[in-house]
Design a binder for this molecule. Structure first.
Ligand code: FES
Ligand SMILES: [Fe+2]
Length: 343
């Protein structure tokens, strides 16, 4: 499978990595062992011991090291072998390591040329850390389907009117044409601005009962490979955006294999920020929607596509596909450029 390699992929939520413990996760078809030292530093190693190929994830984290559970070789966070109970420590015993960064409540991994791993290229998601903990919630779904199908799902939010009519939908997105822009920094924006329409059922719940008509917006900013910020809000028709209810989200997709995807999502809001019950309700609702409505649809879509190349099936294109098509073309171009560079 052709993946973009020289880019930062989200590997885990930061809170998935407990100090002194690790996490085995397949990323871009490669088995990776992510672990956090007691002191907090995070590392990522190829999850296969160079000796007899036991998964390092079956071993134990001791200080900054991982000790293989089979014959006791020990490795530090750079992948260097630092312990050999059976003889000398030599470089032939090293294991591959990956650059990782702990930022914006997430762990980012670089699966390409390590020389190019520049942390300043990680998409700025600092808004996730700038709200109270009780106004932040996150989740994860392991999805069946090519990661680009999960990306398409967010880039065409008209699906919410049909797949989530009682919560995120309501019809107004389908009645509105998205504005698609390509920015110089590589971001592709797909922004729906809805005027004087009904609020989505979920926003209606949080607004004053007399708010029958609203101006609302859903602004998706995609950056490679599959990092999307989704800013959404609603305000009583004609009122300034300043007083709006805002729910700002991320949807981040990382390929696990060609046919499976790590789907990370998080949500923040500017109302009821101290309300832990509300926070839990939003967390549970979103996780339920993504796991029981989006994921099964995408899995079923993938089943119909099978192993065929997406474009070879000549998908019928609608007006709502503009953003998703631009993003697919951009990814194809980035991957092609990378392959040309390495050739
Ligand atoms: S397989 Fe890891 S030490 Fe032997
Ligand atoms: Fe959805």
């Amino acid at each position: 499978m052709n993946y973009l390699r020289n880019t930062w992929y989200m590997a885990a939520w930061a809170d998935e990595l407990v100090p002194g413990k690790g996490l085995a996760r397949t990323l871009l078809d490669e088995p990776v062992f992510l672990y956090r030292e007691q002191g907090g530093a995070v590392h990522a190693l190829f999850d296969r011991c160079p000796h007899r190929f036991a998964p390092l994830s079956r071993g134990v984290v001791e200080g900054a090291e991982v000790v293989c559970a089979y014959h006791g070789l020990g490795f530090d966070g750079t992948g260097a072998c630092v312990r050999n109970p059976h003889g000398p420590v030599v470089r032939a015993l090293d294991v591959r390591s990956y650059p990782v960064v702990d930022a914006h409540k997430a762990i980012w991994i670089w699966m390409g040329d390590t020389q190019l791993a520049d942390p300043s290229r990680i998409t700025d998601l600092s808004f996730l850390s700038s709200v109270a903990e009780t106004a932040f919630n996150n989740g994860y779904v392991n999805g069946k389907g090519h990661y680009q199908l999960f990306v398409d799902n967010i880039l065409d939010l008209s699906h919410t009117d049909y797949l989530h009519p009682d919560t995120l939908g309501g019809g107004s997105i389908s009645r509105t044409r998205a504005k698609v822009t390509e920015r110089e920094d590589g971001v592709i924006g797909i922004h729906w601005h809805v005027f004087d329409d009904v609020p989505t059922p979920i926003f209606a719940k949080f607004m004053a009962a007399e708010t029958a008509r609203v101006d609302s917006w859903s602004e998706v900013d995609w950056s490679a490979p599959g990092v999307m910020k989704l800013v959404s809000g609603a305000v009583s028709t004609g009122q300034p955006r300043l007083g709006a209810l805002n729910v700002d989200n991320v949807h981040i997709l990382t390929p696990e294999t060609a046919g499976t995807t790590h789907y990370f999502f998080a949500s923040t809001r500017n109302f009821g920020v101290d309300d832990t019950e509300l926070n839990e309700l939003i967390r549970v609702t979103r996780a339920r929607i993504f796991a029981t409505e989006d994921e099964p649809m995408i899995a079923a879509q993938q089943e119909r596509i099978g192993d065929a190349d997406f474009w070879s099936l000549r998908p019928a294109l609608l007006r709502t596909d503009e953003g998703a098509v631009k993003v697919r073309r951009r990814m194809d171009a980035l991957i092609a450029a990378e392959r040309q560079d390495s050739a």
